[in-house]
Design a protein around this ligand. Structure first.
Ligand SMILES: Nc1ncnc2c1ncn2[C@@H]1O[C@H](COP(=O)(O)OP(=O)(O)OP(=O)(O)O)[C@@H](O)[C@H]1O
Length: 275
């Protein structure tokens, strides 16, 4: 009897650990794909899985045969189509980032400081008509665009950012990508928006800013070299003519309030705002 009990408790512990590990891994995968184009893929695969099970259950032979072929084709096609995402996932597992709870590791104080430094820098760039394109990464990973530039990994400061965009400096061309309170890379090449509603007098800097906001949830700040006008792009929408206050409001809302909501999920559930 005692032998049975000890074997049983061994088994139960093993099962609990097994289930806990699977739960952690599934949670991390869900967190990782949330907000990326992989979500659509997972939804598509789930629908296909449901149709396959349905067809097998009712023994629809032709349908089952056809779906089997589709699964085989997907097995080959998916790694090719999602090669950048898969590479990124393996890299993250390799450097331990996969197990971090959230990509933003900075605390609220650090982010507040970052926002103020950013606003100071944008004011100087705008007043001096120095063109700039700054992308703030949020939940959608944009590592593939970080990799098109020069990796930096330095804390955000207004002087540092201004120096990057000063004309003729080696990294002034392209975009700076900020991750949390750090400059991830400069001189990055972004996808150009194909939106033909964009004003004709806005060139590639604005098109690139809009482009990255169409494929991710990033917040983009654009300073026009010609006019000094400050614009932001988000979810494929360009908003122009920002002043210091409207920029601060937007950044507080997008970076600080969201950070608070992530740290305190109840805050997000009840739609809390403010700092
Ligand atoms: N795909 C891209 N990714 C990142 N940066 C880009 C991209 N294309 C252009 N840029 C940046 O935009 C600059 C060219 O800006 P352009 O004058 O065409 O744009 P604009 O929208 O009219 O802005 P501005 O009002 O500052 O002139 C380039 O020097 C480069 O720094």
């Amino acid at each position: 009897m005692t032998e049975f009990l000890s074997q049983f408790s061994n088994l139960v512990w093993r099962d609990i650990i097994d289930i806990a590990l699977v739960a952690v891994i599934l949670y991390q995968i869900l967190m990782w794909i949330k907000g990326t184009r992989a979500v659509q893929l997972v939804k598509g695969l789930l629908v296909l899985l449901a149709v396959s099970s349905f067809s097998e259950y009712f023994n629809f032979q032709t349908m089952t045969w056809m779906l089997d072929k589709v699964w085989t084709m997907l097995l080959v096609a998916l790694p090719v189509v999602f090669q950048p995402e898969l590479r990124r996932a393996l890299e993250q597992i390799g450097n331990g980032r996969f197990l971090s709870m959230h990509p933003s590791s900075a605390g609220t104080e650090e982010l507040k400081k970052m926002v103020e430094e950013l606003i100071k820098c944008i004011q100087v760039l705008s007043q001096n008509q120095i063109g700039a394109l700054i992308v703030l990464e949020k939940k959608t990973g944009i590592q593939e665009f970080v990799e098109t530039g020069v990796k930096i990994d330095g804390v955000v400061s207004s002087e540092f950012l201004i120096n990057i965009f000063i004309p003729k400096s080696p990294l002034h061309d392209g975009a700076v990508i900020l991750r949390s309170d750090r400059v991830a890379a400069a001189g990055c090449f972004l996808p150009l928006s194909q939106d033909n509603r964009l004003q004709k007098d806005l060139g590639t800097r604005h098109r690139a800013g809009l482009g990255i906001s169409e494929v991710s949830d990033a917040v983009v700040i654009i300073v026009s070299e010609e006019t000094g006008i400050i614009s932001t792009a988000q979810n494929g929408m360009l908003k122009r003519f920002h002043d210091e206050k409207s920029l601060r409001d937007l950044l507080k809302n997008e970076i600080l309030v969201e950070k608070a909501a992530i740290s305190f999920p109840a805050f997000r559930r009840f739609g809390g705002g403010g700092e």
